[in-house]
Structure formats: C-alpha cells, structure tokens
Design a protein around this ligand. Structure first.
Ligand SMILES: Nc1nc2c(c(=O)[nH]1)N[C@H]1C(S)=C(S)[C@@H](COP(=O)(O)OP(=O)(O)OC[C@H]3O[C@@H](n4cnc5c(N)ncnc54)[C@H](O)[C@@H]3O)O[C@H]1N2
Ligand code: MOO
Ligand code: MG
Length: 429
C-alpha cells in the first residue's frame, strides 16, 4: 500500500523551516573583499556628509550682502584674497567686497556665505592683485553644499543583512570601514540522487539524462549568498546514499538533496530520514510544482529533500531554502519579494492548490505585465532559463484569464521581503 501523505499549506511549510532559523557567525573582512557579502550590522552615518560646507562649483566664495546691488548696469568689483582647490582650507576670512577663488569640493572659507560660478565673473589682474566683477546678486546659501545635506550623523542608512552592492560599498568607504563586519555564509552540501544521472561531460546513452539540478542548485545557492560543497550525483542505492548523507551532515551546515522524495520504488529519502532518526517537518505541500518537497531536521541541521523534477526542485529552493539562508545572513527581509502585475495570457487550467508558474516580466506603457514561459510541467528544465519571476496563481476552482491581476515572486532580487507569502485558502487540505 502506497503511503498517503498529508499536505500542508505553503505558509506552514515556510514557518516550519523558519523554526530552525539561526544567524551565522560574524566575520571581519577587508573592504576589498566585501562585494556580494551581507552586512552583519546596520550601517549608521557616524559623521555628517558632506563633513563641511563646500562649493559645488568652480567659482568665487563671497558674502551675499555685498552682491545686493550688482546688476548689468552696475557691475561690482571684489578683491580676490586667496585661491583654494578641493582639499585646501583658506586661512583667510572673506570680508567686505572680498572674494576667494574656490574650486568644486573645497571648504567654504570663513566669512563667505555663497559662491558665484566662474562663468558669471570677469577677472582682472592689476598691480594691486586680482579682482573680479559681477553683474548679478546672490542670496545667502546660494551654491553651497551644506554640511550634512547628504546625510546627518546618526542617520540609519542600510539595514542589517543587506547585500553589499556598489552603492553600499561607497558608503562603507565614506565612513571609513577599511574592514567590514559581514555574516559568514552557510556551507551547504548538495547531493543529486538518481541512477539515471550522467555528468555534464558524459555522452547521452539510452535511459539516462545529465544531472542539471545539482548545478542549478549550486547557482541558486550562490545567488542568495551561501557556499556549497558538491557531493556529486549518487545512484539510487540506499546504503551508499545513507553514508553519503551522514558524511554531508557532518561536514555542512545544511544539506540539499534532489530526487528520490516521492513514493517510487527507488525514492529512498523518506526511508533515509527514518534511518537517521531525523525529525520530518513535511513531505507534502499544497502547491504545484514541488508538492513532494520534503524537509527534515537532524541535530538542529536542516535536510532539504527537493524534488527531482527540475522546476519543482528550483521552486522548492526559492520558497523554503532561500529564506533560511537569508536569515542566516542576518537579513531582515529573508523572504521572496512580491510585486503585482497583469497576466498577458490566459491560464485556463484550474488548480486545487497554489501554482507557481514560471514567468517573464514585460513592461508596457509603464505597467508591469507578465507572461508564462515554456511548458508548465514540473519536469521541464528549459523554462527556468527564461523565467525572471514566478506567477502566483492561488488554488481554487477557476483558471486565470488575460488581464487578471496577479502577484509575482521576483527571482533575481536582492531586496527580499520581511514577510512570507500567505496563501488564501480557497480549498480544504
Ligand atoms: N505515484 C506517484 N508518482 C509521483 C508522484 C506522486 O505523488 N505519486 N509525485 C510526482 C511529483 S509531483 C514529482 S515532483 C516527482 C518527484 O520525484 P522525486 O523527487 O522522487 O524524484 P525522482 O523520482 O528521483 O525524479 C523525478 C524526475 O526528475 C528527474 N531528475 C532527478 N534528478 C535530476 C537531476 N539531478 N537533474 C535533472 N533531472 C533530474 C528524474 O530523471 C525524473 O524524471 O514524482 C512524481 N511521481
Ligand atoms: O511536486 Mo511535483 O513537482 O508537484 O510536480
Ligand atoms: Mg521519484
């Protein structure tokens, strides 16, 4: 008699996984090596930016009140008392009808309260030094970049757990982080199971296919910011597989297997979880594809049993493994980010359970549309290469039509969401 499994909601499966969430250690690394790593603590401005009032133009720093009567008919002359470039600070104070020649980025000298651009001045060099004439007035504060206008000391800038991108790296440099505290990434073992699996460098022979899931999962792991160890593909031999899994649990923080989780004669993962004395969190989820996605816990470590079907495997990773990893990396938004869009095509097949359809986002007239890509079967691999989102079609009795508003999980996203997706429960489990 084939075992009957009790499905659970996607939301509950995510919750069950996240019961075992933990933060990784903190590492101090060089700013040079921090790209793509994750901030272990929030980034707060520890000084004003800019740190002093400065000139945004090449020009002359002077006092606005001295320019009040300047006009085309009444040009006014100012004595130039000093010249400074960025990085220099003038020792002089700008006084009545005086100016200091100043370049972009230089600190505004004492006494001055505005800057006249070079193009609006006429310079004259005489025996008593240099002077400029101007034909228009300025107000106090004109053409000054004020201290703290970019950000003030104490302002929170970036959340803990954010993926370090070029902009964040610029901030780290701005605030003097030559060393950066980042979260250490979890080390994830990957075992592809199946006697039909060949390596990519092997020729096809009847009945066999190449192992694509192993490589796909490696790439998904790197995309979310973790590290992996490849244990290769193992044929469906329960003893060998059990040994390999034991070794991987010892060596890694998390284990991902692909294949062998359904009810077939050679689907050994359920029996292996029993042999290991692992605590089964779930082995059936009310979703398609990926309904047989399983997860077990052994000594606080999670063993994700992703489906062998490529699309089911991919989706199982994004929905359940991703948030676990992102939390480990201290993200405050570990879940998949969701946006709304409009369906471009009919999807008439009704589903009792939530369906996640591989989709591609199209922007038209400033609106987000989405179209399903490729064949919507869980064994399909090609559509994964074309998808940049998963179209969420909640379970129910009806299909979906062109023009329907739908939600989408973004796949190539670094921002994430602080809440997991929660399905509307149209049907009973
Ligand atoms: N009687 C039933 N049969 C099946 C059920 C069910 O409920 N009752 N569930 C189906 C669903 S849904 C899925 S999904 C699959 C899950 O299969 P397994 O996780 O047990 O995976 P396998 O049997 O090992 O392989 C399934 C399929 O995927 C191919 N595969 C496996 N590994 C890889 C890999 N590394 N790279 C590429 N492709 C891989 C494998 O060749 C099979 O075609 O079970 C259904 N059956
Ligand atoms: O888990 Mo299967 O992928 O539902 O098709
Ligand atoms: Mg199977």
């Amino acid at each position: 008699m084939v075992e009957r499994r009790k499905p659970i909601w996607v939301k509950d499966a995510i919750e069950n996984v996240m019961k075992y969430k933990k933060h990784g250690d903190i590492e101090l690394i060089s700013l040079d090596d921090c790209d793509g790593r994750f901030l272990a603590e929030p980034l707060v401005a520890d000084h004003d930016v800019p740190p002093f009032d400065r000139s945004p133009y090449d020009g002359f720093a002077l006092r606005a009140k001295d320019t009040k009567n300047a006009s085309r008919e009444n040009p006014l002359t100012f004595k130039v008392i000093d010249e400074i470039g960025a990085g220099q600070v003038s020792p002089f104070k700008v006084g009545n009808m005086e100016a200091i020649r100043i370049m972009t980025g230089a600190q505004i000298p004492k006494g001055a309260d505005c800057v006249m651009m070079l193009e609006l001045t006429k310079e004259e060099k005489g025996s008593e030094g240099t002077s400029i004439s101007i034909k228009r007035s300025l107000n106090e504060g004109d053409n000054i970049s004020f201290q703290g206008e970019d950000t003030k000391k104490g302002s929170p800038l970036i959340n803990r757990g954010a993926a370090i991108n070029p902009g964040i790296k610029a901030l780290l440099a701005t605030f003097g982080y030559s060393k950066v505290k980042v979260s250490s990434s979890p080390f994830i073992g990957i075992i592809a199971t199946g006697s039909e699996l060949l390596n990519p460098d092997e020729d096809l022979v009847p009945g066999k296919i190449r192992n694509s899931n192993g490589y796909m999962i490696e790439s998904q792991i790197l995309r979310v910011g973790a590290r992996y160890k490849r244990y290769g593909s193992i044929s469906d031999n329960i003893d060998k597989l059990t040994e390999m899994i034991k070794q991987a649990i010892d060596e890694c923080d998390v284990l991902i297997t692909t294949g062998g989780v359904s009810v077939g004669d050679y689907d050994y993962l359920p029996e292996i979880y029993r042999r290991l004395g692992a605590n089964l969190l779930f082995n059936k989820i009310a979703m398609r594809p990926g309904s047989v996605t399983s997860c077990a816990e052994k000594d606080g470590k999670l063993l994700f049993g992703l489906s062998g079907n490529p699309s089911a495997c991919y989706i199982g990773f994004e929905l359940f493994v991703r948030p676990y990893i992102r939390y480990w990396l201290r993200s405050e938004q570990p879940f998949l980010r969701i946006i709304s869009g409009t369906l471009k095509n009919d999807f008439p097949k009704p589903n009792p359970f939530s369906r996640f359809v591989r989709g591609k986002i199209v922007y038209e007239n400033g609106q987000v549309f989405v179209e399903p890509v490729g064949l919507d079967k869980s064994g399909v691999v090609t559509s994964l290469a074309w998808a940049d989102c998963l179209i969420i079609l909640p379970g129910g009795t009806r299909g979906y039509m062109k023009g329907d508003h739908v939600e989408l999980f973004l796949l190539d996203d670094q921002q994430g969401s602080d809440e997991p997706w929660v399905e509307a429960k149209f049907s009973k489990l």
